[in-house]
Design a protein around this ligand. Sequence first.
Ligand SMILES: C[S@@+](CC[C@H](N)C(=O)[O-])C[C@H]1O[C@@H](n2cnc3c(N)ncnc32)[C@H](O)[C@@H]1O
Length: 307
Amino acid sequence: MIEPGDIWDLYWETRLAPWDTLGKSAAIRAASKEIRRLAQPAGRPLRLLELGCGEGQILGTLLDAHADLCDRGASVGIDLNRKSLARCQKDYPGVHWEQGDFTAPDLLARLGKFDLILFVNALHEVFSAVFSPELGEVDVPLAKQQVREVLSHTVDCLHADRCLVLFDGLEPTGNQGRKVRIRFLSDQARAEFETFTREYRPFQIKYGEADTSGLVELSQHNFTRYITKSIFLGKRLWETERLESYQYFTEAEFREALIGQGLELTALETLTLNGEKWRSRVEIDPPDAEFPQEHVLIVAYKRPPPP
Ligand SMILES: C[S@@+](CC[C@H](N)C(=O)[O-])C[C@H]1O[C@@H](n2cnc3c(N)ncnc32)[C@H](O)[C@@H]1O
Protein backbone atom coordinates (compact mmCIF):
# COMPACT_ATOMS: atom_id res chain seq x y z
CA MET A 1 0.00 0.00 0.00
CA ILE A 2 1.31 3.49 -0.82
CA GLU A 3 1.46 5.71 2.29
CA PRO A 4 0.85 9.49 1.94
CA GLY A 5 4.51 10.21 2.81
CA ASP A 6 5.64 7.96 -0.05
CA ILE A 7 3.44 9.84 -2.50
CA TRP A 8 5.14 13.11 -1.60
CA ASP A 9 8.59 11.51 -1.84
CA LEU A 10 7.71 10.37 -5.34
CA TYR A 11 6.21 13.74 -6.28
CA TRP A 12 9.34 15.64 -5.21
CA GLU A 13 11.71 13.09 -6.71
CA THR A 14 10.31 13.69 -10.19
CA ARG A 15 9.78 17.38 -9.77
CA LEU A 16 13.13 18.30 -8.22
CA ALA A 17 15.48 16.10 -10.24
CA PRO A 18 16.89 19.08 -12.25
CA TRP A 19 17.82 20.90 -9.03
CA ASP A 20 19.33 18.04 -7.08
CA THR A 21 22.90 19.28 -7.51
CA LEU A 22 21.98 22.75 -6.26
CA GLY A 23 21.00 21.70 -2.77
CA LYS A 24 17.79 23.67 -2.81
CA SER A 25 15.80 20.51 -3.41
CA ALA A 26 16.73 19.41 0.14
CA ALA A 27 15.23 22.65 1.47
CA ILE A 28 12.06 22.23 -0.58
CA ARG A 29 11.53 18.64 0.62
CA ALA A 30 12.06 19.69 4.25
CA ALA A 31 9.68 22.65 3.93
CA SER A 32 7.05 20.48 2.22
CA LYS A 33 7.13 18.09 5.17
CA GLU A 34 6.70 20.94 7.65
CA ILE A 35 3.81 22.45 5.66
CA ARG A 36 1.98 19.11 5.82
CA ARG A 37 2.75 18.88 9.54
CA LEU A 38 1.60 22.45 10.28
CA ALA A 39 -1.56 22.52 8.19
CA GLN A 40 -3.79 20.44 10.41
CA PRO A 41 -3.30 22.16 13.77
CA ALA A 42 -3.49 25.56 12.09
CA GLY A 43 -6.95 24.74 10.69
CA ARG A 44 -6.56 27.52 8.09
CA PRO A 45 -4.37 28.05 5.02
CA LEU A 46 -0.74 28.72 5.91
CA ARG A 47 1.17 31.93 5.15
CA LEU A 48 4.68 31.36 3.85
CA LEU A 49 7.52 33.88 3.58
CA GLU A 50 10.78 33.52 1.70
CA LEU A 51 13.53 36.06 2.38
CA GLY A 52 15.92 36.36 -0.56
CA CYS A 53 13.55 34.48 -2.87
CA GLY A 54 15.60 34.99 -6.07
CA GLU A 55 13.57 33.80 -9.05
CA GLY A 56 10.96 32.27 -6.80
CA GLN A 57 11.45 28.58 -7.52
CA ILE A 58 11.43 27.56 -3.87
CA LEU A 59 8.41 29.45 -2.64
CA GLY A 60 6.57 29.11 -5.97
CA THR A 61 7.11 25.36 -6.18
CA LEU A 62 5.95 24.85 -2.59
CA LEU A 63 2.81 26.95 -3.12
CA ASP A 64 2.00 25.10 -6.37
CA ALA A 65 2.40 21.73 -4.65
CA HIS A 66 0.44 22.66 -1.52
CA ALA A 67 -2.26 24.87 -3.03
CA ASP A 68 -4.87 23.29 -0.72
CA LEU A 69 -2.85 23.94 2.46
CA CYS A 70 -1.38 27.41 1.83
CA ASP A 71 -2.72 30.91 1.29
CA ARG A 72 -1.00 31.81 -1.97
CA GLY A 73 -2.16 35.45 -2.08
CA ALA A 74 -1.03 36.06 1.53
CA SER A 75 2.37 34.41 1.04
CA VAL A 76 5.32 36.71 0.42
CA GLY A 77 8.67 36.56 -1.36
CA ILE A 78 11.18 39.36 -0.78
CA ASP A 79 14.26 40.08 -2.85
CA LEU A 80 16.49 43.03 -3.67
CA ASN A 81 16.73 42.14 -7.33
CA ARG A 82 13.98 43.57 -9.58
CA LYS A 83 14.87 41.37 -12.52
CA SER A 84 14.50 38.23 -10.40
CA LEU A 85 11.17 39.48 -9.08
CA ALA A 86 9.87 40.04 -12.62
CA ARG A 87 10.64 36.36 -13.23
CA CYS A 88 8.82 35.40 -10.01
CA GLN A 89 5.72 37.30 -11.13
CA LYS A 90 5.77 35.64 -14.54
CA ASP A 91 6.39 32.08 -13.33
CA TYR A 92 4.36 32.10 -10.11
CA PRO A 93 1.50 34.62 -10.40
CA GLY A 94 -0.77 35.35 -7.48
CA VAL A 95 1.97 35.37 -4.83
CA HIS A 96 2.93 38.67 -3.18
CA TRP A 97 6.42 39.23 -4.59
CA GLU A 98 8.03 42.40 -3.24
CA GLN A 99 11.24 44.28 -3.87
CA GLY A 100 12.98 45.14 -0.60
CA ASP A 101 15.90 44.66 1.77
CA PHE A 102 15.06 42.00 4.37
CA THR A 103 17.79 43.32 6.69
CA ALA A 104 15.56 46.37 7.27
CA PRO A 105 13.55 45.62 10.46
CA ASP A 106 10.67 47.94 9.44
CA LEU A 107 10.12 45.98 6.24
CA LEU A 108 9.79 42.71 8.17
CA ALA A 109 7.66 44.31 10.89
CA ARG A 110 4.94 45.41 8.44
CA LEU A 111 4.61 41.98 6.80
CA GLY A 112 2.72 40.47 9.76
CA LYS A 113 3.12 36.91 11.06
CA PHE A 114 3.84 33.74 9.11
CA ASP A 115 3.56 29.98 9.58
CA LEU A 116 6.74 29.08 7.76
CA ILE A 117 9.73 31.24 6.85
CA LEU A 118 12.42 30.18 4.40
CA PHE A 119 16.01 31.34 4.14
CA VAL A 120 17.62 29.41 1.32
CA ASN A 121 21.14 30.41 0.33
CA ALA A 122 20.42 33.98 1.38
CA LEU A 123 22.02 34.70 4.79
CA HIS A 124 25.58 34.19 3.52
CA GLU A 125 24.94 37.23 1.31
CA VAL A 126 24.09 39.29 4.42
CA PHE A 127 27.39 38.17 5.98
CA SER A 128 29.39 38.90 2.82
CA ALA A 129 27.89 42.38 2.41
CA VAL A 130 29.66 43.51 5.62
CA PHE A 131 32.91 44.06 3.76
CA SER A 132 35.43 46.46 5.28
CA PRO A 133 37.56 48.40 2.74
CA GLU A 134 40.01 49.19 5.61
CA LEU A 135 40.51 45.50 6.41
CA GLY A 136 40.27 44.48 2.75
CA GLU A 137 38.06 41.61 4.01
CA VAL A 138 34.69 40.92 5.56
CA ASP A 139 34.56 42.35 9.08
CA VAL A 140 33.75 38.97 10.63
CA PRO A 141 32.44 39.98 14.11
CA LEU A 142 30.24 42.72 12.60
CA ALA A 143 29.07 40.46 9.80
CA LYS A 144 28.08 37.68 12.22
CA GLN A 145 26.26 40.23 14.36
CA GLN A 146 24.34 41.40 11.29
CA VAL A 147 23.25 37.81 10.57
CA ARG A 148 22.12 37.39 14.20
CA GLU A 149 20.12 40.63 14.01
CA VAL A 150 18.38 39.56 10.83
CA LEU A 151 17.51 36.23 12.47
CA SER A 152 16.10 38.05 15.47
CA HIS A 153 13.78 40.26 13.36
CA THR A 154 12.78 37.25 11.31
CA VAL A 155 11.77 35.21 14.35
CA ASP A 156 9.52 38.12 15.38
CA CYS A 157 7.54 37.42 12.17
CA LEU A 158 6.80 33.80 13.13
CA HIS A 159 3.62 32.73 14.89
CA ALA A 160 4.33 30.69 18.04
CA ASP A 161 4.89 26.99 17.32
CA ARG A 162 5.64 27.75 13.67
CA CYS A 163 8.68 27.04 11.68
CA LEU A 164 11.88 28.38 10.09
CA VAL A 165 13.67 26.42 7.36
CA LEU A 166 17.24 27.53 6.81
CA PHE A 167 19.57 26.17 4.15
CA ASP A 168 23.00 27.70 3.58
CA GLY A 169 26.77 27.25 3.67
CA LEU A 170 28.50 25.77 6.71
CA GLU A 171 31.83 26.78 8.27
CA PRO A 172 33.66 23.61 9.28
CA THR A 173 34.57 23.15 12.95
CA GLY A 174 38.12 22.61 14.17
CA ASN A 175 41.28 24.56 13.67
CA GLN A 176 40.77 26.72 10.59
CA GLY A 177 44.42 27.75 10.60
CA ARG A 178 45.52 24.12 10.12
CA LYS A 179 47.40 23.61 6.85
CA VAL A 180 45.99 21.64 3.95
CA ARG A 181 48.09 20.64 0.96
CA ILE A 182 46.53 20.26 -2.45
CA ARG A 183 47.71 18.98 -5.81
CA PHE A 184 45.89 20.11 -8.95
CA LEU A 185 44.88 17.37 -11.34
CA SER A 186 45.08 19.56 -14.46
CA ASP A 187 46.72 22.78 -15.64
CA GLN A 188 43.25 24.28 -15.95
CA ALA A 189 42.48 23.55 -12.29
CA ARG A 190 45.75 25.25 -11.27
CA ALA A 191 45.03 28.30 -13.48
CA GLU A 192 41.50 28.60 -12.05
CA PHE A 193 42.88 28.40 -8.49
CA GLU A 194 45.08 31.39 -9.31
CA THR A 195 42.04 33.26 -10.65
CA PHE A 196 40.27 32.41 -7.39
CA THR A 197 43.11 33.79 -5.24
CA ARG A 198 43.20 37.04 -7.26
CA GLU A 199 39.50 37.71 -7.61
CA TYR A 200 37.78 36.31 -4.49
CA ARG A 201 36.80 39.34 -2.45
CA PRO A 202 35.53 38.35 1.05
CA PHE A 203 38.93 37.16 2.35
CA GLN A 204 42.52 37.60 1.23
CA ILE A 205 43.68 34.19 0.09
CA LYS A 206 47.32 33.42 0.87
CA TYR A 207 49.03 30.22 -0.15
CA GLY A 208 52.53 28.84 -0.55
CA GLU A 209 54.26 26.32 -2.77
CA ALA A 210 54.84 23.27 -0.53
CA ASP A 211 57.50 21.81 -2.85
CA THR A 212 58.63 22.07 -6.45
CA SER A 213 56.15 19.50 -7.75
CA GLY A 214 53.16 21.85 -7.75
CA LEU A 215 51.87 20.94 -4.27
CA VAL A 216 50.24 24.03 -2.75
CA GLU A 217 49.70 24.70 0.96
CA LEU A 218 46.93 26.87 2.39
CA SER A 219 44.85 27.14 5.54
CA GLN A 220 41.75 25.00 6.07
CA HIS A 221 39.76 28.29 6.12
CA ASN A 222 40.96 29.29 2.67
CA PHE A 223 40.79 25.76 1.27
CA THR A 224 37.10 25.50 2.22
CA ARG A 225 36.43 28.74 0.38
CA TYR A 226 38.37 27.70 -2.69
CA ILE A 227 36.88 24.24 -3.00
CA THR A 228 33.26 25.31 -2.49
CA LYS A 229 33.65 28.11 -5.06
CA SER A 230 35.60 25.97 -7.52
CA ILE A 231 32.44 24.82 -9.32
CA PHE A 232 31.80 28.43 -10.43
CA LEU A 233 35.29 29.18 -11.76
CA GLY A 234 35.28 29.79 -15.51
CA LYS A 235 31.46 30.22 -15.44
CA ARG A 236 29.35 33.36 -15.81
CA LEU A 237 28.19 33.03 -12.17
CA TRP A 238 31.74 33.60 -10.93
CA GLU A 239 31.19 37.37 -11.31
CA THR A 240 28.73 37.33 -8.40
CA GLU A 241 30.01 34.26 -6.57
CA ARG A 242 33.46 35.81 -6.17
CA LEU A 243 31.89 38.48 -3.92
CA GLU A 244 30.35 36.05 -1.43
CA SER A 245 31.67 33.81 1.30
CA TYR A 246 29.33 30.81 1.39
CA GLN A 247 30.53 30.02 4.93
CA TYR A 248 29.89 32.16 7.99
CA PHE A 249 28.62 30.09 10.97
CA THR A 250 29.82 26.73 12.27
CA GLU A 251 27.21 24.20 13.35
CA ALA A 252 27.65 25.34 16.97
CA GLU A 253 27.17 29.00 15.97
CA PHE A 254 23.99 28.20 14.05
CA ARG A 255 22.65 26.34 17.09
CA GLU A 256 23.58 29.15 19.45
CA ALA A 257 22.15 31.90 17.22
CA LEU A 258 18.83 30.11 16.71
CA ILE A 259 18.37 28.81 20.26
CA GLY A 260 19.22 32.33 21.47
CA GLN A 261 16.16 33.56 19.53
CA GLY A 262 13.84 31.13 21.33
CA LEU A 263 13.86 28.52 18.55
CA GLU A 264 13.98 24.79 19.09
CA LEU A 265 15.94 22.94 16.43
CA THR A 266 13.99 19.88 15.31
CA ALA A 267 16.47 18.95 12.56
CA LEU A 268 20.01 19.87 11.64
CA GLU A 269 21.61 18.04 8.75
CA THR A 270 24.91 18.72 7.04
CA LEU A 271 25.43 17.69 3.45
CA THR A 272 27.78 17.92 0.54
CA LEU A 273 26.83 17.57 -3.08
CA ASN A 274 29.88 18.40 -5.13
CA GLY A 275 32.48 15.95 -3.78
CA GLU A 276 32.87 14.24 -7.14
CA LYS A 277 33.56 17.52 -8.95
CA TRP A 278 36.08 18.52 -6.25
CA ARG A 279 37.89 15.18 -6.47
CA SER A 280 38.25 15.55 -10.24
CA ARG A 281 40.00 18.90 -9.67
CA VAL A 282 42.39 18.34 -6.73
CA GLU A 283 43.91 15.70 -4.49
CA ILE A 284 44.35 16.65 -0.87
CA ASP A 285 47.25 15.68 1.32
CA PRO A 286 47.19 13.62 3.45
CA PRO A 287 44.95 11.53 1.15
CA ASP A 288 42.55 10.69 3.99
CA ALA A 289 41.99 14.39 4.80
CA GLU A 290 38.35 15.24 4.30
CA PHE A 291 36.63 17.66 1.98
CA PRO A 292 34.28 19.95 3.93
CA GLN A 293 30.59 19.36 4.49
CA GLU A 294 29.42 22.36 2.53
CA HIS A 295 25.73 22.87 3.35
CA VAL A 296 23.55 22.92 6.43
CA LEU A 297 19.80 22.35 6.52
CA ILE A 298 18.00 23.40 9.69
CA VAL A 299 14.37 23.15 10.73
CA ALA A 300 13.56 25.17 13.85
CA TYR A 301 10.32 25.92 15.71
CA LYS A 302 9.50 29.07 17.64
CA ARG A 303 8.56 28.02 21.13
CA PRO A 304 6.50 30.23 23.41
CA PRO A 305 8.50 31.50 26.41
CA PRO A 306 7.96 29.42 29.60
CA PRO A 307 5.21 30.76 31.89
C1 LIG B 1 21.65 32.75 -3.96
S1 LIG B 1 20.16 33.58 -4.18
C2 LIG B 1 19.01 32.39 -3.60
C3 LIG B 1 17.62 32.58 -4.16
C4 LIG B 1 16.57 31.57 -3.70
N1 LIG B 1 16.42 31.57 -2.26
C5 LIG B 1 16.92 30.19 -4.22
O1 LIG B 1 17.58 29.45 -3.47
O2 LIG B 1 16.57 29.90 -5.35
C6 LIG B 1 20.15 34.78 -2.88
C7 LIG B 1 19.12 35.86 -3.10
O3 LIG B 1 19.07 36.68 -1.93
C8 LIG B 1 18.86 38.02 -2.35
N2 LIG B 1 19.30 38.89 -1.25
C9 LIG B 1 20.53 38.96 -0.68
N3 LIG B 1 20.55 39.87 0.30
C10 LIG B 1 19.31 40.39 0.35
C11 LIG B 1 18.69 41.38 1.17
N4 LIG B 1 19.39 42.02 2.14
N5 LIG B 1 17.39 41.67 0.96
C12 LIG B 1 16.68 41.04 -0.01
N6 LIG B 1 17.21 40.09 -0.82
C13 LIG B 1 18.50 39.77 -0.63
C14 LIG B 1 19.68 38.14 -3.63
O4 LIG B 1 19.23 39.21 -4.42
C15 LIG B 1 19.46 36.78 -4.27
O5 LIG B 1 18.39 36.79 -5.16
